[in-house]
Design a protein around this ligand. Structure first.
Ligand SMILES: Nc1ncnc2c1ncn2[C@@H]1O[C@H](COP(=O)(O)OP(=O)(O)OP(=O)(O)O)[C@@H](O)[C@H]1O
Ligand SMILES: [Mg+2]
Length: 256
């Protein structure tokens, strides 16, 4: 009996230590985040200024001047820095959600229209399997749009040689066992996620891409969780990656 007690005591101490480490880590992340946001904020405006000047310089150059290509390269590097800075800011200082009633099918339709030129550029065929009449949800449409955009951009980057990007929406009514939910499933036929990375891809700063900040999916996850939802990834049988986003569904009020 005594040895059982001391085992329990040891286990309790292990759990306590674990919690303590987690808290310390969260604390450290929060202060790093604040500092990063401060720096990002300081960089954003001068960067826009520099981009403006380069654009003016470029306009003054005659067509065919070799300097134009150089300035274009400078502009594309500035764009890259700007993206990193904006990602850092929305990671460290997330905006408060502004909820309204949203039809997810419509929101996804808009996102696909917005991305159509990108899909075309990389020879990506898209497919929409949207369940008609899924319940409308109370969401922040801009934030949720951003969440799906990050997933779609990753899919595009995972299919440089072309492929297929499928989005499916479905709903499940509540029953005794589970509350109702609305799901959005986004599947690509790209490189897929290595199984040892499936837990890490949502962590801030985890990236396997040369030009990635590794913040896309952690921002996506936070937005989904802000709405009481969940996100998970799986590798479909064939090839590629599949992201499932589930939002809880409000209890259906019977129509009068
Ligand atoms: N659809 C996908 N197919 C294959 N790998 C993916 C996919 N989506 C995400 N990943 C993996 O998850 C990592 C993290 O993604 P995340 O969007 O957070 O950052 P990133 O895309 O690398 O950088 P950023 O979003 O800042 O451009 C990627 O580097 C990639 O390894
Ligand atoms: Mg990304």
């Amino acid at each position: 009996f005594n040895s059982l007690l001391s085992k329990l005591e040891r286990a309790r101490r292990r759990v306590e230590r674990y919690h303590y480490e987690q808290m310390k880590r969260a604390d450290r992340l929060a202060s790093i985040g604040e500092m990063a946001a401060g720096i990002a904020h300081e960089i954003k405006n001068p960067l826009a200024g520099v981009a403006g000047v380069i654009q003016v310089l470029k306009k003054d150059l005659p067509q065919g001047d070799q300097m134009r290509a150089v300035l274009d390269e400078v502009l594309s590097q500035i764009e890259r820095m700007d993206k990193a800075v904006r990602n850092l800011l929305s990671f460290a200082r997330p905006p408060e959600p502004k909820m309204s009633l949203v039809d997810l099918n419509e929101l996804i339709g808009k996102l696909f229209d917005f991305l159509a030129p990108q899909f075309a550029k990389y020879s990506i065929v898209t497919e929409r399997k949207l369940e008609a009449g899924i319940p409308w949800l109370s969401l922040d449409p801009d934030l949720v749009q951003q969440a799906f955009l990050n997933i779609a951009l990753n899919a595009i980057q995972a299919m440089p040689e072309g492929g297929r990007f499928t989005v499916e929406t479905r709903s499940e009514e509540s029953d005794e066992e589970a509350p109702g939910l609305v799901q959005v499933i986004l599947t690509d036929t790209g490189t897929g996620v290595y199984s040892e990375n499936t837990n890490r891809i949502f962590s801030p700063f985890f990236t396997t891409r040369q030009q990635g900040t590794g913040l896309g999916l952690s921002i996506t996850q936070r937005i989904i969780e802000q709405h009481g939802g969940e996100i998970s990834v799986s590798n479909p049988a064939a090839k590629g990656a599949s992201f499932t986003v589930s939002f809880p569904c409000p209890e259906n009020e019977a129509p009068e």
